[in-house]
Write a protein of this length. Structure first.
Length: 373
């Protein structure tokens, strides 16, 4: 029996070493799982990642009925100087169409897309990669992040696997999948150019992934996936002076989109905290005028009547420098941190008023649409 025991021991050692090596390789080169590897070690194909994720990417066709204005109608027929002709009849309603993309995120038919893709739509139709199409209803929208959640009643759906956007690193390979210009599903490849992009003026709450994967008109609402085919972002916008892709595209991180989706499902809206102040960033000139050590924090320029800020005694001219003891970087940092507080939460704000430090406790309320902080 002793030789048999030694053989089993040797085989067990080989298995353990093999698993350890495999773990190290996967940890160090996760992209090797996603595509075929060329002789030089580079990934030669992302076909597996595309095959895993593309069935979940849909075309979103929205339409709304509009009645042409008198001025636009008058261009279609000559109008006498005295006014409209006696037999003039208002033109019939016309149909405005919009094309975009969306991503199936659950077996029961939930689809994430951009709010601007379906904004104002009377009807929404989605087309799947397998050729099926179906009417979609709007579960909820969040213009503050430019996200919308749709639902279709179809069986045998193939939802995408969600990744983690907070694991993304600059230089990671990403693929953008969508329906640009309505030509059909298209895949473009690039890298993560930057993370945490904000102050772009695209939406109220910005934390964009920047990528050089081509994002063209019609890609909005489509999938940004990693090299394993996992969803890491919702393609949203491109930076272009001429409407074409110049290698600067932006996507909403999947962590943010997932949180918005669950709130839309649970509440039909996104619940965010709100104080009711209008903030302004601290410039070096303002810091000097208020005798501040640095430009951290924000200046309160106005307070909404009957708001939590007003009830707590905050006033124009106050400089807010901390929230719950943590230093505030700027007005956008404060906006994001306040919004993350559930309505009804009591927070402590600290700052400077008339050259003296102060602290106040404020109970945040639910943020109304299109509010400041």
């Amino acid at each position: 029996m002793r030789p048999l025991v030694r053989l089993l021991y040797f085989l067990l050692q080989a298995v353990v070493v093999g698993l350890a090596v495999a773990f190290v390789v996967v940890w160090a080169r996760p992209g090797l799982l996603a595509g075929r590897v060329a002789a030089d070690g580079a990934v030669a194909s992302y076909a597996e990642a595309v095959a895993a994720s593309s069935p979940a990417v849909v075309n979103v066709h929205s339409a709304r009925h509009v009645r042409p204005t008198t001025s636009s109608a008058s261009k279609a027929r000559p109008v006498p100087k005295s006014g409209l002709p006696d037999n003039y009849a208002p033109p019939a309603e016309q149909l405005e169409n919009s094309l975009g993309s969306g991503v199936i995120v659950s077996n029961d038919g939930y689809i994430l897309t951009n709010w601007h893709v379906i904004n104002g739509a009377d009807t929404i139709q989605v087309g799947l990669q397998d050729g099926r199409s179906a009417a979609a209803r709007v579960v909820g929208t969040d213009p503050d992040t430019d996200l919308a959640l749709l639902k279709v009643d179809l069986n045998n759906l193939d939802p995408i696997q969600l990744g983690r956007s907070d694991d993304l690193r600059v230089g990671d390979v990403v693929l953008a999948i969508g329906d640009p210009y309505g030509v059909g599903q298209t895949v473009t490849q690039g890298i993560v150019s930057a993370t945490g992009r904000s102050q772009l003026g695209l939406s109220t709450f910005e934390n964009f992934i920047q990528t050089d994967a081509a994002i063209n008109p019609g890609n909005s609402g489509g999938a940004l996936v990693n090299a394993r085919g996992e969803l890491v972002g919702i393609s949203t916008a491109l930076f272009s002076p001429n409407g074409g892709s110049n290698g600067i595209g932006f996507a909403i991180p999947v962590n943010l989109a997932n949180g918005v989706m669950h709130q839309l499902i649970d509440y039909g809206r996104v619940l965010r905290g709100w104080l009711g102040v209008e903030p302004q960033n601290i410039t070096p000139e303002l810091a000097q005028a208020f005798r501040l050590k640095d430009t951290h924090g924000f200046l309160v320029t106005s307070v909404t009547p009957a708001s939590p800020a007003a009830a707590a005694g905050l006033a124009p001219g106050d400089v807010i420098q901390s929230i719950d003891g943590d230093e505030v970087e700027n007005s956008r940092d404060a906006l994001n941190r306040i919004a993350a507080k559930p309505p009804g939460t009591a927070i402590t704000v600290g700052g400077v008023r008339d050259g003296k430090k102060f602290k106040l406790q404020v109970t945040v309320a639910e943020r109304p649409a299109a509010s400041a902080s």
